[in-house]
Write a protein that binds this ligand. Structure first.
Ligand code: KG4
Ligand code: ZN
Length: 341
């Protein structure tokens, strides 16, 4: 089965063609970062309009490049969670193409897409596993027995980890999305100059909270600010370093705890923050000590992309799941409400 995947839930337009026999044939990604840069965050209406501009040309390109014109068996599009207008663009285009081609279509849960992205890699993890979903909108630990069999173990009570990275970056006048900028700056930072808290690690449970860390960062930036309102370059690097260590350590502690509670030894990390090299490195070291392993997708499939949607949709389409013709999108959609395969 050959599936066209469409991702348009936020600020990336992603398309891909996944073939159940041959694997991923290709993908295309257009990022709207420049469109939103001057606002310091995603402007929903601008996102929808840009998806409208870019989606059809990208689909055209991927179909030609993968030799898939007239060869698509089904369409998968992100139907939630995400920005409603942005989701509707992908939903309408996906449904319309499926109708015109006389093939089935299915709406895919964006976080299930992220969660399954590491399965696109060579030597993928085997079920069951614990998944850490860390993106701009979500920080969740999930027990994954099989595709669609998800139990929420814990989640952030306030900001998502990616959101904390983005907000910390903004405080130091770094561009959106801030995660990669903080990570780069942190490499120049001196370890130990600042010590940030590891929120909620001293009590039992698997929930997270990153809003206190955000306030701590703001206070540190303010206390060290010079006349221009910002600390000097080295101090910013030191703050970025301390901030990243705090987020990473917090995530590592909770992942280890989740594996132990579920009696499992496989961890999958997915979503934008799983691209963070320090997180990967620290998880690898920590998990080796408890005979466990961490799996993740290549960098370009950690952040939003069409390949993960084509893959996740294909798994459901192959067991016969489809949906009626109406375009339905679900901006808020808990992962554990998904059906089993
Ligand atoms: O999964 P994603 O592309 O979009 C959502 O579904 O939210 O995640 C985007 C988030 C942003 O908050 C971004 O700052 C963060 O992932 N991110 C990173 C890194 N790359 C992206 N955070 C930390 N380190 C990175 N290298
Ligand atoms: Zn995402």
């Amino acid at each position: 089965m050959r599936v066209l995947g469409i991702e348009s839930s936020c600020d990336e337009t992603g398309v891909a063609v996944y073939d159940s026999e041959a694997g991923l044939l290709g993908h295309e990604l257009y990022t709207q970062i420049k469109v939103h840069a001057e606002y310091g965050g995603v402007v929903p209406e601008l996102a929808s309009r840009d998806h409208i501009r870019k989606l059809i040309p990208l689909i055209d390109e991927i179909l030609k490049r993968t030799d898939s014109v007239g060869a698509i068996d089904a369409v998968a599009y992100t139907s939630g969670p995400g920005l409603i207008g942005a989701l509707l663009v992908g939903g309408c285009v996906g449904r319309a193409l499926a109708y015109a081609w006389g093939v089935p279509a299915i709406g895919v849960h964006h976080m299930e897409g992220h969660l399954l992205a590491p399965l696109l890699e060579p030597n993928p993890p085997a079920f069951p596993f614990v998944a850490l979903l860390v993106s701009g909108g979500h920080t969740q630990l999930v027990e994954v027995k099989a595709i669609g069999e998800y139990r929420l173990l814990g989640e952030s009570l306030d900001d998502a980890a990616g959101e904390a990275f983005d907000k910390a970056a903004k405080m130091m006048d770094l561009d959106y999305p801030g995660g990669p900028h903080i990570a780069r700056l942190a490499e120049q930072g001196v370890a130990g100059r600042f010590k940030f808290p590891r929120p909620m690690t001293d009590r039992p449970g698997l929930d997270f909270s990153f809003s206190g860390l955000k306030t701590f960062t703001l206070n540190t930036v303010t206390q060290n600010a010079e006349a221009n309102g910002l600390p000097d370059d080295q101090t910013c690097a030191d703050i970025a370093h301390a901030f990243q260590e705090a987020v990473v350590d917090t995530l590592v502690i909770k992942c280890r705890r989740a594996l132990q509670e579920c009696n499992m030894n496989t961890l999958v990390i997915a979503g934008g923050v799983s691209a963070n090299n320090r997180l990967r490195e620290k998880l690898e070291t920590a998990l080796a000590k408890i005979n466990s392993r961490v799996f993740y997708a290549r960098h370009e499939f950690c952040t939003d992309n069409g390949a993960m949607i084509a893959y996740a949709g294909c798994q459901r389409l192959m067991v016969g799941q489809t949906e009626p013709l109406a375009v339905t999108v679900t901006p808020r959609w808990p992962l554990d409400q998904l059906s089993h395969l």
